[in-house]
Design a protein around this ligand. Structure first.
Ligand code: ADP
Ligand code: ZN
Length: 531
């Protein structure tokens, strides 16, 4: 029998049938697998749930030797290996959770050529002993999973990934495949450069997830809004609710449970056993809701997650896309729902300012947040914005399956309102050397004689009460959008509002400020039918 692409091709297909029990390849899987089986390097950008694992698992099975998979998801290795073993694949892993004997056994299997797949944590490859070990066995392919972790610009940087460039130098004849579900053009380039894959073929799948309906609603009473959303649209469905803090994870899980929704918390502060138990229940049971910090979900393969809800603003579009991407892997209609409000903006801006990292790090974090805010505030199709962010052209200007398509938001000329807010900040800042948070500014505009307004004589300001044409909620919306547009900034630990360089152009009437209209009463919209 001659070995050509055709032979590799049919062997790959046979392996897909025999080992994994699937009928056909999906999307670009076949092209990717053929290329790697033939010994080529590959960079694969494919959304979560797209089927990346088979792209290296099948080459590892078809080519002689062991496929070495580098993955940062240590917590999942045991599960991944168990799942493969259940299919009759000879898989093992080496990471810090093992004791000496366990590791020795896996090493022996590898050296004896008895492993099809060996999972390794990236830090292992910094240890000479590991490189020695790998040199003494036969390797069929290197797979670098979650390859975006090599990107310093990205949201999930892991320094250990930088060392992976040596794989190509040390094993020039072993094909390498780098895979990620997170890929802006910049990340894509960084992966290619830093992993030293100049000759790789690039496979870029569409990042559109047409079955996911994207919705971002104004935040009023987030837990109640969430409950209404679940009752109206997802009763009895499995889903994930993301919150920023452990405390709010706990309280939200309690709130849902108290209101008849089966929910469990998941965050890094819980005992490992509790976390494992909650994750196992989520995978096994129908209709369980996990309330989690972002610690939950990476690598979790549950096809029928019907919704992903965010009660707090993610730090970047990459994060948002990855988290929402955990919904609807089975291709059925699913919802990505988020409640977002003024405090989210203030809190995140504060976090960046008071957080660790150098100036460059802060600038990057701010740029990530700005992109996320632009998505929240857009009056255009959300899917279109998401895809554009990832450098992909949307199929149509309007997808018909996001909130802005379903209920196009009204916009209004907010120039005068913006001037009122900014001049109030100016009055306080320039004339009195005072800085206040959004609440006080809104109270002044509304002409409310609160204790704090009286205490600081703010009812004496010329701007006092000049904003009675809008409601409190509308003013909060104006402030939020000014923050999102960079026309106002947040400062210090109390989140006081200050002017930016761009504020001047609004005050001088040199530019207009188009704003999104705040819905009178924030409600979850009803449409589930679309899509
Ligand atoms: P990713 O790593 O890209 O998030 P996975 O590799 O975990 O995606 O695959 C997602 C799901 O799709 C898994 O349940 C997997 O078994 C399934 N899958 C992948 N490829 C195929 C295929 N060709 N046919 C059927 N199911 C597939
Ligand atoms: Zn749309």
């Amino acid at each position: 029998v001659t070995e050509g692409p055709g032979a590799a091709d049919s062997e790959a297909l046979a392996t897909l049938h025999r080992v994994f029990g699937y009928d056909a390849f999906r999307g670009e899987q076949q092209a990717i697998i053929e290329h790697v089986v033939a010994g080529g390097d590959a960079v694969v950008l494919m959304p979560t749930g797209g089927g990346k694992s088979l792209c290296y698992q099948i080459p590892a099975l078809v080519r002689p030797g062991t496929g070495v998979v580098v993955s940062p998801l240590i917590a999942l290795m045991q599960d991944q290996v168990d799942a493969l073993r259940a299919l009759g694949v000879r898989a093992g892993f080496i990471n810090s959770t093992q004791d000496f004997d366990e590791r020795r056994m896996v090493e022996a299997e590898f050296l004896a050529g008895e492993l099809d797949l060996l999972y390794l944590a990236p830090e292992r490859l910094r240890v000479d002993a590991t490189l020695e070990l790998l040199s003494r066995g036969k390797i069929s392919v290197f797979a670098i999973d979650e390859a975006h972790c090599v990107s310093q610009w990205g949201h999930d940087f892991r320094p250990d990934y930088l060392a992976l460039s040596l794989l190509g130098e040390r094993w020039p004849d072993v094909p390498r495949i780098a895979l990620t579900a997170t890929a802006t053009r910049a990340t894509h380039q960084e992966i290619t450069q830093r992993l030293n894959l100049p000759a790789a073929r690039h496979f870029v799948a569409s990042f559109d997830r047409p079955n996911i309906q994207y919705r971002i609603v104004p935040k009023a009473d987030p837990r109640k809004q969430l409950l209404a959303f679940l009752r109206e649209e997802h009763p009895g469905d499995a889903g994930i609710v993301y919150c920023l803090s452990r405390n709010s994870v706990e309280r939200t899980a309690e709130f849902l449970t108290a209101n008849g929704v089966q929910a469990v918390p998941y965050h890094a502060g819980l005992e490992a056993a509790t976390r494992a138990a909650h994750q196992a229940r989520f995978l096994r049971e129908d209709g369980l809701v996990v309330v989690a910090t972002i610690a939950f979900g990476m690598g979790i393969d549950k096809p029928d997650v019907r919704f992903v809800a965010h009660l707090d603003l993610p730090k970047s579009i990459e994060g948002y896309y990855q988290e929402t991407g955990r919904a609807g892997r089975d291709g059925l209609p699913s919802t990505a729902w988020m409640a977002y409000g003024l405090n989210d903006v203030i809190q995140q801006r504060k976090l960046i300012q008071s957080g660790e990292g150098d100036e460059a790090f802060r600038r990057r974090a701010a740029a990530h947040l700005d992109a996320m805010l632009a998505l929240c505030e857009t009056a255009q199709c959300r899917r279109g914005q998401l895809l554009a962010y990832f450098g992909q052209d949307p199929e149509a200007a309007a997808c018909g399956n996001c909130d802005t398509c379903l209920t196009p938001p009204e916009t209004w000329d907010g120039t005068i309102a913006a001037q009122k807010v900014l001049s109030t900040v100016v009055r306080l800042q320039r004339e009195r050397g005072q800085k206040f948070g959004a609440m006080q500014i809104v109270d002044i505009l509304l002409g409310k004689r609160t204790g704090k307004v009286i205490q600081f004589d703010h009812d004496q300001l010329s701007v006092f009460g000049i904003g009675q044409d809008l409601s409190e909620g509308e003013w909060r919306g104006v402030v939020r959008q000014l923050l999102a547009q960079g026309l106002l900034a947040v400062e210090g630990e109390y989140g006081t509002l200050v002017l930016t360089e761009a504020s001047g152009s609004v005050l001088r009437r040199e530019r207009e400020v188009p704003l999104r209209k705040e819905p009178k009463k924030p409600t979850a919209s009803r449409s589930r039918s679309a899509g």
